[in-house]
Design a protein around this ligand. Sequence first.
Ligand code: APR
Ligand code: PHB
Length: 389
Amino acid sequence: MRTQIAIVGAGPAGLLLGALLHRAGIDNVVLEQRSAEYVLGRIRAGVLEQVAVDLLREAGIAERLDAQGLPHDGFEMAFGERRLRIDLHALTGRRVVVYGQTEVTRDLMDHRHQTGLGTVYEAEDVQPHGFDGGRPYLSYRHGGTGHRLDADFLIGCDGFHGVCRASVPPGALQTFEKIYPFGWLGLLAETPPVSPELIYGHTERGFTLASMRSHQRSRYYLQCSLDDTVAQWSDDAFWAELRRRLPAAAAAQLVTGPSIEKSIAPLRSFVAEPMRFGRLFLAGDAAHIVPPTGAKGLNLAASDVGLLARALAEFYGGSTAGIDHYSQRALARVWKAERFSWWFTSLMHRFPDTGGFGLRMQQAEFDYLCGSVAAQTVLAENYVGLPLG
Ligand code: APR
Ligand code: PHB
């Protein structure tokens, strides 16, 4: 088989890239190791920046997003009982849209199916080859037989544990990492959200986040120990702990119900540089991870592939300038989102080892935010998302 662009991974990065390339008249094939159902079963974040919404629109996949996405003009922060609303729209003129990553993925999958672009689910043992020369290709097995997919370029959209970054010679790659000493326990329930806007809470029992997927579906998180297991957390234990961590007025509005999903995720900051090796490019979680505070993961995946789709279209138009600058341009935006996600995480969580001084720094920072429109603007500008560049 031969295509112009061979993409590894059918997460949001791979599927959105495929859609944007298709829009630009560029043929592409996606190889995914899991089944479509498995990919859709993963529950992840749900806040889209304007840049991501615009890219989905550009790719022609925003119909359901426009009908069902919830535009949010602001969000709340709480330190114990002290609450601060960050008025995103007043501070930046922009807003975000609450729409689950699962829904984005479903829309992208449906679109890909309709356009008839090649997608191989349950592709086993995918391996990139020859990307340091002029004839790159992917080898893989499917349905018990070996296959080869030749392409002009290979794109690793295969997430943090993917094969593409792992195939780069170690000397060609520099990595940066920070692991946080706690995790997030998430719960999804068919219950109305506790508040019309998201609430990020810092309490002496740890961080909490009250989010949503729709007016009928809530998503909540609790900072938990890395040793905790989902089995240890009954729904009742989750709701009781959430009630203790929410501001009293919000807790009074809490509607509980059976969980649809419950999972624990560790928190990590990670960047691999560069994001291009000859004819192999990395995009999304394959190249970088942010802790979820601020919901930048999906948005960064979208901005990477937005830049990459534009660069590849330029390549087929006769200029290599875009692909030559991709890594540098993408990383400039990635590092700013890394900084913001690290900062927001550092402010909102209880750290086991920073002591009384660390806590006073967090309280002073929140106090400063409460009294400074300049500080709120910095937060809001990063939260709604920086320009694509
Ligand atoms: N071969 C084929 N496919 C692979 C391989 C492999 N060796 N390794 C991983 N994959 C697939 C995974 O099964 C997954 O479906 O690559 C896909 C990567 O998708 P994501 O992990 O969703 O990453 P990405 O598309 O970059 O999306 C980033 O997703 O989880 C969030 O926090 C993340 O929100 C961010 C967004
Ligand atoms: C979510 O709804 O899952 C979510 C929202 C905001 C975040 C992180 C996760 O910062």
